[in-house]
Design a protein around this ligand. Structure first.
Ligand SMILES: [Zn+2]
Length: 65
């Protein structure tokens, strides 16, 4: 039972699940890294905090409802 309650907690939980393109982005090789959640570029995530967003977050964490 550790449902995140704040945006910071959500980000903390993401932790190492950063964008797969982040290294390239940091190195200046791409200006549009894929989103860590939806893996799309540009990002197609639902609005932050919505049930759809939280469901996507759970999916990325490999959780089951
Ligand atoms: Zn996204």
């Amino acid at each position: 039972m550790s449902q995140p309650k704040t945006a910071k907690e959500l980000l903390d939980q993401l932790g190492a699940k950063w964008s797969p393109d982040f290294d390239a982005y940091a190195a200046g090789e791409t200006s549009s890294p894929r989103c860590v959640l939806c893996t799309k570029s540009p990002c197609t995530c639902p609005e932050f905090g919505t049930p759809e967003y939280l469901a996507l977050l759970d999916k990325r964490h490999g959780r089951r409802p």
